[in-house]
Design a protein around this ligand. Structure first.
Ligand code: NAP
Length: 522
């Protein structure tokens, strides 16, 4: 199998040999991905010139209906996607559902937003200000669709959700999308786009797909385009330095990696509900998608006097996780996605060991159910413990993208806040405590370094949505090394694809504009 790209309204096979992708359970070659010969600049121009006008002619409600039709098409083919995710990503059914059902759910949320915005093409912020002594001259703010394309570069760990959460927002804004999935797992993205194209639900040029290295895409960006990137901080640095990113200066959103944390409050004792909730969340952080989630807990900050309790509770649960081939009944955790990700996890682990000792795991799993330990890409759930968190650097800086996290003791609230902020900017952090003062004060102390905070007490219990799950209604993205980007967040996501303009004029003109626009605050 060789994956094709969908650009300029048709499917193209690359002219090169391509990069191989494999089943990470046993190393079996599945196919090649190749974009050689695809003209990235022409692909973007087609999206901009053909897809752009067609989408801008539609109202938000009509675009919402298109997005709903995409969700329905994907829903109808879900079983095939689950199988691809198992074979190409080593996903368990639960892992695959997080990605695939997460994609469909996000599309449905944006379809509903389209319906709510109604038969309009622009958004008017509520409230105007009087600018002259006489009330004959006022100012308001209007959001309109930028006449560009959205170039979406995605990471390997979410070939479904990562692609569609970006496309959903882009299409609702009226901006055509060109998606470039990561090569290692592009099969699923490619099949989904193929099904949507075959369903014929979108205008020409509304979506495009480049499988492969995407030559010419960055060079083809213009000032009104947007580049939405998700991946490692290292690749983000490369893209930031690209001459065309600097000169043409398209909008650029970065969703990069981070060393996210969780904090157990000083009030929590073994047997308390919040203690158990933290342990449950940690087990999920290690096992779901074999720890390959950008929002995952990498640092576990606990009161020094609770270190032993948390260590013992978590280690016992990790040792019971059944690892292996997700096709085998009872397997709860699969492999990492590729040999290179496995190597990079082991390399990162070695660096963490300079700051922390291994409590459990630390290499290959001792046993697996099904699969091939040599040819597969398995990593044992690994809990480390850092004795000197103030002197340590690696534990605060290295993201091991797999089932790996480090226990970190803190002395008091100020210390917990300082340690959490040592991540240098993260996507997500969680707090488990029934002490309302501790939770509220800590939240304010850590918020500047984090894009999303989840605070769990007994009243929330198991009703929370999970530390690692990004939700369509909440902003996703974090400051500093996390990229300083922002995606989703309900209608806030539209800001990336739309232009806010101050409009100064008579009250009558502003009322007329407001009458034709959806009222909202982005
Ligand atoms: P990556 O190696 O940085 O690759 C990300 C994407 O960038 C891929 O599509 C890759 O294409 C492409 N790419 C690489 N070099 C490029 C270049 N010079 N020009 C244009 N495109 C280029 O990241 P990954 O290994 O796929 O993903 C794992 C990382 O992503 C982790 O660090 C994780 O934390 C982060 N992540 C962040 C979020 C978030 O929302 N913040 C979500 C998921 C993952 P090829 O695959 O074809 O090389």
């Amino acid at each position: 199998m060789k994956l094709e790209s969908y650009v300029e309204g048709r499917w193209h096979a690359g002219s090169g040999a391509g990069r191989p992708f494999a089943d990470p359970v046993n190393g079996e070659l599945l196919g090649h991905v190749d974009g050689t010969g695809i003209d990235g600049a022409a692909a973007l121009a087609y999206a901009r010139d053909v897809g752009g006008p067609a989408l801008r002619a539609l109202t938000f409600a009509e675009r919402g209906a298109l997005i709903r039709a995409i969700a329905d098409t994907l829903g109808a083919n879900r079983d095939a996607y689950m199988e691809i995710a198992r074979r190409n990503s080593g996903n368990t059914a639960f892992d695959a559902s997080v990605d695939i059902d997460g994609a469909i759910a996000t599309l449905k949320v944006y379809a509903r937003y389209g319906k709510e915005l109604g038969d309009t093409h622009s958004i008017m912020e509520q409230g105007t200000v009087q600018l002259a002594k006489e009330d004959v001259f006022r100012a308001g703010h209007i959001w309109t669709t930028r006449p560009g394309a959205g170039l979406h570069i995605n990471a390997f760990n979410f070939p479904a959700w990562g692609v569609w959460e970006k496309i959903a927002v882009s299409l609702l804004a009226g901006v055509p999308a060109l998606s470039k999935p990561a090569s290692a797992t592009a099969w699923l993205s490619c099949q989904m786009v193929r099904d949507v194209v075959e369903a014929g639900v979108l205008p020409n040029g509304a979506i495009s797909l480049v499988c492969g290295n995407g030559d010419g895409l960055l060079e083809g960006l213009t000032a009104f385009d947007g580049l939405a990137f998700t991946g490692s901080a290292a690749t983000a640095h490369t893209l930031r330095r690209h001459p065309n990113i600097l000169i043409a200066a398209p909008r650029f959103n970065v969703e990069a990696d981070s060393v996210n944390g969780t904090i157990l409050g000083p009030d929590a004792r073994p047997g308390d509900a919040v203690f158990d909730l933290l342990v449950r969340e940690l087990v999920s952080a290690f096992s779901v998608k074999a720890g390959q989630m950008c929002t995952n807990i990498r640092r576990i900050m606990v009161p020094a006097e609770r270190l032993k309790d948390v260590r013992e509770a978590v280690a016992a649960k990790l040792d019971n996780i059944v690892i292996g081939d997700p096709a085998v009944e009872g397997v709860r955790m699969g492999p990492l996605v590729s040999k290179s990700q496995q190597k990079s996890a082991f390399d990162g682990l070695e660096r963490l060991k300079s700051d922390a000792r291994v409590i459990t795991g630390g290499g290959l799993p001792e046993r697996i159910q099904g699969g091939d330990l040599d040819k597969g890409c398995f990593v044992a759930p690994t809990l480390l413990e850092c004795g000197d968190p103030d002197g340590a650097r690696a534990v605060h800086e290295i993201e091991v993208f797999g089932p790996v996290a480090t226990l970190i003791p803190y002395r008091d609230q100020a210390h917990a806040i300082a340690l959490a902020n040592r991540g240098g900017g993260s996507l997500a952090i969680s707090l488990f405590s029934n002490d309302a003062d501790f939770a509220a004060q800590t939240a304010v102390g850590i918020a500047p370094s984090h894009g999303r905070l989840m605070v769990v007490d007994e009243s929330v219990g198991k009703n929370h949505t999970g530390h690692q799950y990004a939700l369509a209604h909440c902003v996703h993205g974090g400051p500093g090394r996390a990229g300083d980007g922002e995606e989703l967040g309900g209608l806030r996501g539209l800001r990336f694809y739309m232009q806010r303009s101050a409009v100064q004029g008579s009250p009558a003109l502003l009322e007329r504009l407001a009458g034709n626009a959806a009222p909202a605050c982005l």
